[in-house]
Design a binder for this molecule. Structure first.
Ligand code: P6P
Length: 340
């Protein structure tokens, strides 16, 4: 339970979002309600992840998603919860999910709204059976088309145009971390009352980073630039300090740790995955938004993630995200040693 210091204001996520709603352009309350519903989804999903081992929810469904990854029962539950909280509210024109091949339309019987919601219902779900932290990632954009059913054009948007984004991480505690463009704010779930309470106001990346996070098992498949960059992070290649390697294999957990402790997470393209593994719309863009709102930077290795215009719903990208100087160093090594 987050320690409430004497004199420390108790702020629920609803209060926090409402207070910011006043600053949001043409705030009609729709975005506030949308964020609140995402937080509610987080509470429902968290209640299952903490019991995953008991509620016979472990293990797979025997199905595969478009990514060719085995769908865990918790994936299915998380997908359903987020969909059912948002399909009828009249706030969305469409949704896009890692678990669904195509964009998800709003049923005809419900009104459409001015936002679109992109989400990865349970990122890192392959780790569920090992009790490793997993999470939900979301990105919210304003629809581009005027009215009627949302289209692929409404969903394929650049990070620079994101309206709100963030993640819920289901770990030793459940946290909701979000931004609407005015900084990054973290809330910890107090399960005894079912409230997310403000525990990490205005998160900023520490100036002095501690960690680097990458799957070094793929080192032999990386380009020369990435191999040299990794050696630099370890204190070689003329570096004046070395960072500690921390890699969980669950992106939200890795990036959340680096957000609080400082560092860089990277999942580069390699000889087996020439476009990288992570998805642009519901992984790279929202996680990059959070890190940049906390003072960091996110790149494909050659250009800012926020400028990347996706052309497909499940498009992938190489991703370097964290302290600005560390990510810029990656761009330097790639520019110097890897042909474009
Ligand atoms: P690898 C989880 O499946 C995920 O999409 C991210 O959460 C994580 O960072 C990455 O894949 C791990 O991939 O190839 O290192 O196992």
């Amino acid at each position: 339970m987050p320690k409430i210091k004497p004199g420390h204001k108790i702020t629920t996520i609803e209060r926090h979002i409402m207070d910011r709603q006043a600053d949001l352009p043409d705030a009609t309350g729709a975005l506030t309600s949308l964020l609140y519903d995402i937080a509610l989804a987080g509470k429902l999903i968290a209640s299952r992840t903490t019991r995953a081992g008991l509620a016979d929810i472990l293990g797979g469904t025997g199905q595969e998603n478009i990514q060719g990854e085995e769908v865990k029962k918790l994936d299915v539950y998380a997908q359903k919860v987020i969909y059912q909280l948002n399909d009828h509210t009249g706030r969305l024109a469409a949704m896009g999910s890692e678990e669904e091949d195509e964009i998800i339309p709003i049923p005809d019987k419900y009104p459409t709204g001015k936002y679109v919601l992109l989400f990865d219902p349970l990122d890192g779900s392959s780790n569920i059976d090992f009790n490793v932290s997993v999470g939900t990632i979301f990105a919210i954009f304003k629809r581009k088309t005027e009215s009627g059913p949302g289209t692929l054009e409404d969903v394929l948007q650049k990070g620079a145009d994101i309206v709100a984004g963030g993640y819920m991480v289901y770990g030793s505690s459940t946290m909701f971390v979000y931004s609407t463009g005015d900084g990054v704010h973290g809330f910890t779930l107090d399960p005894s009352v079912g409230e997310f309470l403000l525990s990490h106001p205005n998160i900023r990346l520490p100036e002095k980073p501690k960690y680097y996070s990458a799957n070094q098992g793929y080192q032999s498949r990386w380009t020369e630039g990435i191999q040299r960059y990794t050696r630099w992070l370890r204190g070689e290649e003329g570096a004046d300090r070395s960072l500690s390697l921390r890699y969980i294999g669950s992106m939200i957990a890795d990036i959340h740790r680096n957000l609080l402790g400082g560092g860089v997470f990277y999942y580069p393209s390699d000889s087996r995955a020439p476009t990288g593994k992570l998805r642009v719309l519901y992984e790279a863009i929202p996680m990059s938004f959070i890190i940049e709102q906390a003072g960091g930077y996110a790149s494909t290795g050659r250009s800012p993630i926020r400028d990347l215009q996706p052309t497909e719903l499940h498009q992938r990208t190489p991703l370097f995200v964290g302290n600005k100087d560390l990510v810029e160093k990656a761009e330097e090594f790639i520019a110097k040693y890897d042909k474009a």
